[in-house]
Design a protein around this ligand. Structure first.
Ligand code: KIV
Length: 304
């Protein structure tokens, strides 16, 4: 067996085979950019959905700190901890065979000393099996330190949700010439420091297109237009399970809220009307055992 392929034993029959079994690595993403092959990326945070996303052939799975909002119900991403992110990254790791697994470093875990940040990043690789970490902002020194520590890094520029308090809300960034040039410089500096890819979030299409042309490493856009080398969205947004207003850049591909609501309501009604479980959904005693059980005296039998 090649070390770049995996057996599909136990995987669903719908799981694709052939070229979709080749493991995606960080250098492979740059290879895709060179071949002008769009990179597909989604967030996922648990075993079941990560497995489905991986089997559907998505190239990169980000265990995003957006889980603070869409899984844990916080108002923003700031509260989620390293231990919570590790817990979810481990679940994703157990599910994923092919996609590159990237863990988001949460707010506070890389904002102090470089050594503290590297130590936290090492935990994502060692304890959770992440193949890269993502950090927000033009933190060039940190990208250099992580790269020196053999930890692949995905940068994240533009609308960086961990800066919500500084930005005063979630706003499209780099709308002036000065801000756009600063963003270009930041992206170039991250690439020179060793970043393997850069997520561009909430920036004008034109700015993302320029940065994408500037860099040899891929850009992965979210609300950054179609010229980026790849696209990422939050899984819960495309499935409509966020209970929130969707940003302009979100395309909803399914209404899983409606599917779950209908299924759960049907189950409740079936239980309330004693339609579930049916006789076929029940286990049965053989007739002889049933007779013995029904006619025997319970008194005097020791409970197990
Ligand atoms: O946490 C997240 O979901 C992200 C995005 C890039 C999708 O950082």
């Amino acid at each position: 067996m090649s070390i770049t392929t995996f057996p599909d034993g136990g995987r669903s029959a719908a799981a694709p085979t052939s070229q979709l079994t080749t493991k995606v690595t960080m250098p492979a993403l740059t290879g895709m950019k060179r071949q002008a092959k769009p990179i597909t990326a989604l967030t996922a945070y648990d075993y079941a959905t990560s497995r489905l996303v991986d089997e559907a052939g998505i190239d990169m799975i980000l265990v995003g700190d957006s889980l603070a909002m869409v899984v844990l119900g916080h108002d923003n991403t700031l509260a989620v901890t390293v231990d919570e992110m590790l817990h979810h990254t481990r679940a994703v790791r157990r599910a994923v065979r092919r996609a590159l697994v990237v863990a988001d470093m949460p707010f506070g875990s890389y904002h102090g000393s470089l050594s503290g940040a590297v130590a936290n990043a090492v935990r994502f690789v060692k304890e959770a099996g992440a193949e890269a970490v993502k950090i927000e902002g033009p933190r060039v020194e940190l990208v250099r330190a992580l790269t020196a520590a053999e930890i692949p890094v995905v940068g994240h520029l533009g609308l960086t949700p961990q800066s919500v308090n500084r930005m005063g809300g979630y706003r499209v960034q780099a709308k002036t010439a000065e801000a756009a040039l600063q963003l270009r410089a930041g992206a170039q500096a991250l690439a020179e420091a060793g970043a393997g890819a850069i997520v561009l979030e909430g920036v004008p299409r034109e700015v993302a297109a320029l940065i994408t042309a500037d860099l040899e490493i891929p850009t992965i856009g979210i609300g950054a237009g179609p010229e980026c080398d790849g696209q990422i969205l939050v899984l819960h947004d495309i499935l409509n399970i966020t209970f929130a207003h969707h940003a302009k850049f979100v395309r909803q591909y399914a209404d899983v809220s409606a599917v779950i609501r209908e299924a759960v309501e049907q189950y409740r009604e079936d239980v309330e009307h004693r339609v579930f479980p049916s006789d076929e959904e029940s286990y049965h005693l053989p007739a002889a055992v049933r007779d013995a059980v029904e006619t025997a005296e319970v008194a005097g039998i020791r409970p197990v």
